[in-house]
Design a protein around this ligand. Structure first.
Ligand code: SF4
Length: 218
C-alpha cells in the first residue's frame, strides 16, 4: 500500500466528520468499569448499568465492599451480570489492595506497553478494554480496535483481511501516528456505523470509495 493512503483516508474522514479533539471520559477506573460493562452489549445498556451502579452505591469506592449479589443486581442492564459483577468486584478490591485506592494515575507515567500489561493482568480485561482506558481516560496513544475499526480497516486494505483484532491493533498503531489515533478510532467507528455497514456497505455514498479496494460499484 502506498504510504500516502493512510494520510489521504484521514484527510477525507476529517473533512466528513470534522475535528475530534480529545476529551476525557472520566477517571481511569470509571472507564475501566464502564468498558467491562460494555462487553457484549450496547453502549446504551452499559451506560445505564454504570449509572445504576453509581446510583445504588454512591461511588465505585463503595462498590469495593459491596456484596456480589447486590452488584449483580445493579448492573443487570448490561447482561452477563454475574460474570461482570465478579470481575468488577475483583478488580476494585485488587486495586485498593495494591495501590491503596482506585487511583490509576500511575499508568500515565508508565511506558505504554507496561501500562497495557498491567491492565490486561485483570480478569476480563483484554487489549481493547486496556486501550480504551489508556486512550479515553488518559489520552495515551493506544488504539482500541472494536468491530467497526476492524472491519473498515480490513476493507480499506490497511490491514490484512485475515488479521485478528489484537493483531490489527499492533498493525494500525504502526500505521497511524500517535497524535492521530484518537481521531482515527472515532472516525472509523462513525464511518462503520453510518456508511461502511457490516452487511451492506453504502459504497456509493462513501467518501473513501476512490481509496478503497473493497468498494463495490453499482
Ligand atoms: S468504499 Fe465501501 S467498503 Fe470501502 S470504506 Fe467505503 S463503504 Fe466501506
Amino acid at each position: 500500500m502506498p504510504d500516502s493512503r493512510p494520510g489521504e483516508i484521514m484527510g477525507a474522514l476529517d473533512a466528513e466528520y470534522g475535528p475530534r479533539p480529545w476529551e476525557s471520559r472520566g477517571r481511569a477506573v470509571d472507564v475501566l468499569v464502564e468498558t467491562v460493562l460494555s462487553q457484549n452489549t450496547s453502549d446504551v445498556n452499559s451506560h445505564r448499568a454504570f449509572e445504576s451502579l453509581l446510583s445504588r452505591f454512591g461511588s465505585l469506592e463503595a462498590v469495593v465492599s459491596a456484596g456480589a449479589a447486590d452488584i449483580e443486581e445493579a448492573i443487570s442492564n448490561a447482561g452477563l451480570s454475574r460474570i461482570k459483577s465478579a470481575r468488577i468486584k475483583e478488580m476494585l478490591v485488587r486495586l485498593v489492595r495494591e495501590n491503596g485506592s482506585l487511583d490509576l494515575s500511575s499508568l500515565n507515567t508508565m511506558e505504554l506497553g507496561a501500562a497495557r500489561e498491567y491492565l490486561t493482568s485483570f480478569s476480563g480485561v483484554g487489549q481493547k478494554t486496556a486501550s480504551c482506558v489508556l486512550l479515553f481516560a488518559m489520552g495515551r496513544p493506544a488504539l482500541p480496535v472494536d468491530t467497526h475499526v476492524h472491519r473498515v480497516s480490513r476493507r480499506l486494505g490497511l490491514i490484512d483481511s485475515r488479521m485478528t483484532a489484537e493483531g490489527a491493533q499492533a498493525a494500525l498503531e504502526e500505521l497511524v501516528a500517535p497524535s492521530e489515533r484518537y481521531r482515527f478510532h472515532l472516525h472509523l467507528i462513525e464511518h462503520g456505523r453510518t456508511v461502511c455497514h457490516s452487511r451492506r456497505p453504502r459504497c456509493g455514498d462513501c467518501v473513501l470509495s476512490g481509496l478503497c479496494p473493497a468498494a463495490s460499484v453499482g
